[in-house]
Design a protein around this ligand. Structure first.
Ligand code: UD1
Length: 375
């Protein structure tokens, strides 16, 4: 049967695109089937990214949409089960740590269909993070685990996972970055397309990119208020481009915080396409974010990144890359930004196997593993 590849939410798409390509170009080709759970469904959160990344139309769309964690996870499970029965795949391949990842893993493993997890072993050690629960549980029952950095193996061993199940393949998200960097849309074009005068950014000698969407940062009014006011202080020194996740946009409205954003110094944009975001990051002086993907992408691009979280499940970005954890502490954020603006930002290097070929290594290993009879 085919490799049944699952995507659900925005950060899955840039990981799956290179995997599908590598399965198709492997000799012999490995047949694949693409399932979109529909966890993300907007033009900006989903469809645009399929186009940018050259992802094929999903063979199946489960159209689960939004809901509480329980509802969303349960709905994916209910709808994925008949799909699995109908297609009899050789294995189910999941990526990352979103609710769709865990939901499809649970369905497959209980039907004795082998599960392959790409981006295994990352740990924030923060179980209040929904993604941490998804990561721990998926890894515990997956049959083949591909890691992006060496520390992930130590995490898995500590949880009793057999080393023979683990393969260090590198970072597929960076495969997408390497493949698409030449096509990145220049930041000036993106700003202009949204009605902002790009000369503002040029006169200021640069700009910062901001993204925020973690529930721990944006679901509580006081926390979000404090973060927006620090961002305002940064914006007074360096214009900001803030790409608003729907969760964040909704909460700014709901809590009545829009007035905290100085729109003279902050360009508010809707969720951006992949090529737009890549261009915005590449051309930026600094990035402020709570996203996992952006921590990795800025490290690959060599752009200084301040992560507005207390922890990271991607420690290599801070140890070797350009990432600095600043949490939500006003002084740490302002000091980090000041350092970068002085030209003293972190330089860093690109980690091992973040080289554009991770998906090829996965396809080769998967082929061997399936031939050998999987688990
Ligand atoms: C999900 C992932 C998170 C990932 C993030 C990237 C989980 C637990 N979380 O969080 O790990 O970093 O995606 O975006 O799986 N919404 C829309 N349009 C959409 C999708 C969502 O407007 O296409 C709005 C809805 O109001 C929804 C809210 O965004 O309730 C949150 O969406 P959801 O999928 O629950 O989680 P994310 O915060 O996007």
């Amino acid at each position: 049967g085919p490799v049944m590849c699952v995507v659900g939410a925005r950060p899955n798409f840039m990981k799956m695109a290179p995997i599908l390509r590598a399965l198709a170009t492997h000799q012999p080709p490995l047949p694949a089937l693409l399932v979109h759970t529909g966890q993300h469904y907007d033009q900006g959160m989903s469809h645009q990214l399929f186009d940018d990344l050259g992802l094929p139309r999903p063979d199946l769309n489960l159209e689960v949409g939004s809901g509480s964690h329980a509802v969303q996870t349960a709905e994916v499970m209910k709808r994925f089960e008949p799909a699995l029965d109908a297609h009899q795949p050789s294995c189910v391949l999941v990526v990352g740590d979103v609710n769709s990842t865990l939901a499809c893993t649970l369905v497959a493993v209980k039907k004795s269909v082998p599960v392959v997890h790409v981006e295994a072993g990352l740990r924030s050690w923060d179980r209040k993070m929904p993604e941490e629960i998804n990561r721990v549980l998926t890894d515990q029952v997956a049959d083949r685990l591909y890691t992006t950095e060496r520390s992930a193996l130590d995490n898995l061993l500590r949880e009793g996972i057999d080393e023979a199940r683990v393969c260090f393949a590198g970072n597929v998200m960076i495969d997408s970055l390497v493949a698409n960097k030449p096509k990145a849309r220049p930041a000036a074009e993106t700003l202009q397309a949204h009605g902002f005068d790009p000369s503002l950014v040029r006169q200021a000698g640069g700009y910062g990119v901001v993204t925020l969407h973690r529930p721990s940062n944006v679901d509580d009014a006081d926390t979000l208020r404090a973060l927006l006011s620090v961002l305002g202080e940064v914006a007074a020194q360096l214009p900001l481009v803030f790409a608003l996740h729907p969760r964040t946009r909704n909460n700014i409205e709901r809590f009545g915080l829009a007035g905290l954003i100085d729109t003279q110094r902050t360009a508010l944009l809707p969720p951006q396409g992949y090529l737009e975001m890549l261009g915005l990051m590449r051309d930026a002086t600094l990035v402020l974010t709570d996203s996992g993907g952006l921590q990795e992408e800025t490290t690959a691009l060599g752009v200084p990144c301040l992560t507005l979280r207390e922890n990271t499940e991607r420690p290599i970005t801070a140890e070797q890359g350009t990432n600095t954890l600043v949490g939500r502490d006003r002084n740490a954020i302002l000091a980090g930004a000041a350092e970068i603006l002085r030209g003293d930002g972190k330089r860093g290097r690109v980690p091992e196997f973040w080289d554009g070929h991770a998906a090829d290594r996965i396809a080769a290993d998967l082929h061997r593993w399936l031939l050998a009879g999987a688990p």
